[in-house]
Every structure is written in structure tokens, then in C-alpha cells.
Design a binder for this molecule. Structure first.
Ligand code: NDP
Length: 527
């Protein structure tokens, strides 16, 4: 999104223009007047309702019902896949230039509706307003990036060499073609970007799609599905269903009618889908974007103010519920106390509350499971380490009906404690001193994940860090966020090891081909 000369990204979001706040506040007011509305699924272009519904409640005020959504069933899964199958021949044969036009129109509509979608997202996820608007803007940019990639590569049609035959003319062309019906399952924390990004890539390459968002956050993805529809994408090309992962999601991901999947979510669920997918009749593509346990390493040559700012932003942005959250901080022992002092001071300044409010940095965690996780982790860490700040849930006054947790920093945790390796996904970060950079790197890499990583130190050290760290997205000396804040076209996003399956990052130049298969066309004619 751009207003006058301001372009919103996760790096620029800290100083937005005044008008942006006014628009956002208007949108919140408007949505507040339609709380509790019922929203349908969209299958084959039709609005569908199911017998059972579920409520979408605000995690910062659980008495507030934001909307009522359809509890889709296995039959809805089947219908959505059938609709996508039916729409595939025409959509895949639509010239890619036309698909690009429709998707650019979608991106423009998302931009136009950014405040409404952002306000809904802020309310349902508990994201602060700038993070929510960033998520929506990122969605439009991911779709545009997919369109640009298609254009830059001329629809992925490549003239190959001619066979050296005498008396014949033997022409070879490589073309990338869509797989068919693509399933997109997305998580609660980036409900638009992680739905719309894969959707844009799957669609522009000619696949038809079924979208299943997280049950905690169906509202903003519904608005996204509306944008695809309103842009004129034909019926059945984009299908939107809501309901539990364990039933509806399972019915979708285990169906032989699915030709490819993009799953973004937890390691355990993703690996389950991966294994099940492999049991199909033949090999099918699956793109997995999973969890993280992202480290920041701070050397003795670091600018400590930048390091502290970057660590706190990445540790506690979205309440520690980003896959890229900075959940581990390793600090040279000679500057350990200095850095700790700064990090604690900045953490204690964070404002917690209703995420739609301008001054609020941190909203609640997403649901009662995460809230209980926080309590259990905090108790364990209190017993086994030292809590520098936080460690408590907030229950009084404005916090009494929400899942509010204080941002928590922990030190003195033994290196072999399991919480150094487990993704907690709540606002907790653990910090430890190191003696040598080698030791820091060993610890940084000693986890099952490899998503993002941050470094603060000299340029030479940064080169060494990039060479040795095992992660798909890496940053050096970045106060805007030690491990978070990737933007399409700037920092394509994806993980290594247990954090991702494809080894290619979303919003980058290798992404689109993941949604297509190659066909070589050889035509021989006589001279
Ligand atoms: P989950 O794995 O719990 O859920 C993700 C999605 O999968 C939801 O839509 C969920 O539906 C669905 N689902 C659950 N079970 C099944 C099943 N058996 N079959 C099919 N679908 C199923 O993740 P969260 O929503 O809690 O998101 C947090 C996780 O996502 C973290 O681990 C985080 O690191 C990761 N993540 C990774 C990113 C990356 O780019 N690498 C980016 C963002 C998040 P329902 O909600 O109904 O259960």
C-alpha cells in the first residue's frame, strides 16, 4: 500500500503517516457496527452454508463475537474440490496474460480494502494495527510479485536447442504447465499473506484452488476470497471453505482429488500431511512452510542499541507468534550485561491491550491453548532459569476477558533445557552469554528448525555468519527486526531443515515454478 509517498512494509511500519491511523479507526468503527454477522463459504461461485456454525471470538475480549462461520464437512471438502476440478480446464487454458490481469485487479482491490481487511484481522488475530495492515499490504504485494514473475519469464516458455538432424527441422520448447487442483491451508498468524501469497502463485500459473484458513481467523481470509471473486476470477477457480482442521482439513488433505498442496503451519501437522500425501497413488508436489526457533547472535562489535531494538521487535511482535519470532538470543559475554539492560528496558516499555488501539504494541495470544501454554512454559522457566521480566498473564481490568501475556525474557536456563529447542509460539525469549562465536554458531544451528536468523556485529563477522548459519532468511545489523519483517521481492521467505520443504522462498524468483510441471514439446518437420 502507498499513501502519498509512504510505502508500507514491515520495515517502514514504525512511522506511518497520520491519515493511515484515521482510515484504520474509521474501518474499526464500521466493523464494530456489524459484529456477529454470519459468513458463508464460497464453492463454485456460490455462497454455501452448512448445518453447524462456529463463532469467531476476539482473543482480546472473548465476550465479543466477531462473526459466525460455517463448520464445513467432508462433503463440503468434496464439493469444493469438485468445483475446482471443473473450473481447471478453462482456467488453465486462459492465456497467462489474462490471468495476470485478473490477479493484478485482485491485488488492487485488496489495497483498496486494506483498512477493512486490516481492521478485521487486527480484531480476530489480536495483531496490532500496523502489523495487521502490513499483512494485508504484503498479500497484495505477493500476488503482484507472482504476476511480475510470470511476465518476466514470458509465461515460462523457453525455446530449447534444435536437434542436429540433417533433412529434418527438430524444434524443442520447454513449457511449464499447472498441476490442477491446488489446496491451500493457512495458519492463524498471517491469515491473509499466507493464504493470498500461495493463492496468487497457484492461480497465476493456471491452477484452481481450495482455501482453508485457520479456525481462529476465518474473517480476513473470507474478505480475501471476496476480493478474488469481485476482481472477476471465474466461478470455481477460487473456493473457500471453513471448519476444523481435524475434520474438514483432514478430508481435504487426504483427498486424491488434490494435485498439490501449500501448507503453512506447525511442524507436527505439516509433517502429518506430508506423510499422508506421500501415500497417494503417485508423487504430488507439496510446499510446506513450518515452524521456527530463530536465533539472534550479538557479537562484541555490535551496535547495542540496534541489537536491543531489533531483538525486542522480533521477540514480541505479534506476541511472539510469528514463525520468524526471535525466540533465542546469544550474546557475547563481554557485552552481555549491557545488552540485557537495554533489552529489558525496551521490553518493559511495550504497551499491551486492545490491538486496534494506536498506542498498543502487543495484543493477546490467539486462544486458550496458547494462553495455557504460556502459563506452563513460564512456570517451567521460573523453576529452571531466571525470569528477567514478564512471566505473568494479565487478568485485571481491561485484560480480564482476553488472553493477555506479559512479554517474557529468561536467562540462566541450562543449555540442555528442552525449551531452548522447542517452538513455544508465545511471547517468551531465552537469552544466554557465549564465549566464542563458534560456540554461538553451534548453538544457533543446534535445533530442528532453520527459518530465520539475525546477527549484530562487524561486516566481516556478518559474512561469516551468513556462510555458517543454517537458515533460509538471514539478516545482519537490522534494528527494524532481528529475525522478522521479510517483504516480498526484498526478502523472499522460506525455511531450511524442519522449517520448510521446498528450499525455495515465497515472494522470490524461484517460487512460481513450484506450482508448475515441465513439458518438453518436440516437433519434427522435414526440411
Ligand atoms: P496449525 O498447524 O495448528 O494449523 C495450521 C492450519 O492447518 C490451520 O488451518 C489448521 O486448521 C489446519 N489443520 C490442522 N490440522 C489439520 C489436518 N489434520 N489436516 C489438514 N489441516 C489441518 O498452525 P497454527 O495455525 O497454530 O500456526 C502456527 C504455526 O504455523 C507455527 O508453528 C508457525 O511457526 C507456523 N508458521 C510458519 C510460517 C512459515 O512461513 N514457515 C509462517 C506462519 C506460521 P484449524 O485452525 O481448524 O485447526
Amino acid at each position: 500500500m502507498a499513501t502519498s509517498d509512504f510505502k508500507l512494509t514491515y520495515a517502514t511500519m514504525f512511522n506511518p503517516p497520520e491519515e493511515l491511523h484515521a482510515h484504520f479507526e474509521d474501518a474499526v468503527k464500521r466493523l464494530r457496527s456489524q459484529m456477529g454477522k454470519e459468513y458463508p463459504m464460497i464453492i463454485g461461485g456460490e455462497e454455501r452454508k452448512s448445518a453447524e456454525k462456529f463463532e469467531n471470538r476476539a482473543p482480546w475480549d472473548t465476550e465479543l463475537v466477531l462473526g459466525r462461520f460455517q463448520k464445513g464437512t467432508a462433503e463440503d471438502a468434496e464439493n469444493a474440490l469438485a468445483a475446482a476440478r471443473k473450473a481447471f480446464p478453462a482456467w488453465s487454458k486462459t492465456p497467462w496474460q489474462e490471468r495476470v490481469n485478473l490477479l493484478r485487479k485482485t491485488a488492487d482491490l485488496i489495497d483498496e480494502r486494506i483498512y477493512a481487511i486490516g481492521a478485521a484481522m487486527s480484531m480476530e488475530v489480536g495483531k496490532n494495527r500496523m502489523e495487521a495492515l502490513g499483512d494485508v499490504a504484503e498479500t497484495a504485494e505477493l500476488i503482484r510479485y507472482a504476476c511480475d514473475s510470470m511476465e518476466r519469464n514470458d509465461g515460462y516458455v523457453v525455446e530449447m536447442g534444435r536437434d542436429p538432424l540433417s533433412g529434418f527441422n527438430s524444434r524443442n520448447v520447454s513449457i511449464l504447465r499447472p498441476y490442477g487442483v491446488w489446496l491451500i491451508i493457512s495458519p492463524f498468524n498471517f491469515p491473509c499473506a499466507l493464504t493470498g501469497g500461495p493463492a496468487g502463485a497457484a492461480l497465476v500459473t493456471g491452477n484452481t484452488i481450495v482455501i482453508k484458513p485457520a479456525t481462529d481467523t476465518p474473517w480476513s481470509p473470507f474478505m480475501l476470497a471476496e476480493a478474488f471473486r469481485d476482481a472477476g476470477i471465474p466461478d470455481g477457480v477460487v473456493n473457500f471453505v471453513t471448519g476444523p482442521g481435524s475434520t474438514l482439513g483432514q478430508a481435504l488433505s487426504s483427498s486424491p482429488e488434490v494435485d498439490g498442496v501449500t501448507f503453512t503451519g506447525s511442524f507436527d501437522v505439516g509433517m502429518g500431511i506430508y506423510r499422508e500425501f506421500a501415500a497417494g497413488k503417485h508423487v504430488r508436489p507439496i510446499i510446506l512452510e513450518l515452524g521456527g526457533k530463530n536465533p539472534a547472535i550479538v557479537s562484541r562489535h555490535a551496535n547495542l542499541d540496534d541489537a536491543a531494538t531489533g531483538v525486542v521487535r522480533s521477540a514480541f511482535g505479534l506476541q511472539g507468534q510469528k514463525c520468524s519470532a526471535c525466540s533465542r538470543v546469544l550474546v557475547d559475554e563481554t557485552i552481555y550485561d549491557d545488552l540485557l539492560e537495554r533489552v529489558v528496558a525496551l521490553t518493559q516499555k511495550l504497551v499491551i491491550g486492545d490491538p486496534t488501539q494506536r498506542i498498543v504494541n502487543m495484543g493477546p495470544v490467539i486462544n486458550s491453548n496458547s494462553y495455557n501454554d504460556f502459563r506452563h512454559f513460564a512456570e517451567d522457566l521460573r523453576q529452571n532459569g531466571t525470569i528477567l521480566t514478564g512471566g505473568k498473564t494479565l487478568t485485571e481490568g481491561e485484560y480480564s476477558h482476553g488472553y493477555f501475556c506479559s512479554p517474557t525474557l529468561v536467562t540462566d536456563l541450562p543449555a540442555d533445557h528442552p525449551l531452548w529447542k522447542r517452538e513455544m509460539f508465545v511471547p517468551i525469549s531465552t537469552i544466554a552469554p557465549f564465549r566464542t562465536m563458534k560456540e554461538a554458531m553451534r548453538r544457533a544451528n543446534d535445533v530442528a528448525y532453520g527459518l530465520t536468523a539475525g546477527f549484530y556485529g562487524s561486516p566481516e563477522e556478518a559474512e561469516w555468519f551468513f556462510e555458517n548459519i543454517e537458515a533460509g532468511v538471514t539478516y545482519a545489523n537490522r534494528p527494524q527486526g532481528a529475525t522478522t519483517g521479510a517483504w516480498p521481492g526484498f526478502q523472499p521467505f522460506g525455511g531450511w531443515k524442519g522449517s520448510g520443504a521446498s528450499g525455495k522462498n515465497a515472494g522470490g524468483h524461484y517460487y512460481l515454478p513450484l506450482y508448475m510441471r515441465e513439458q518438453i514439446r518436440n516437433v519434427v518437420s522435414r526440411d
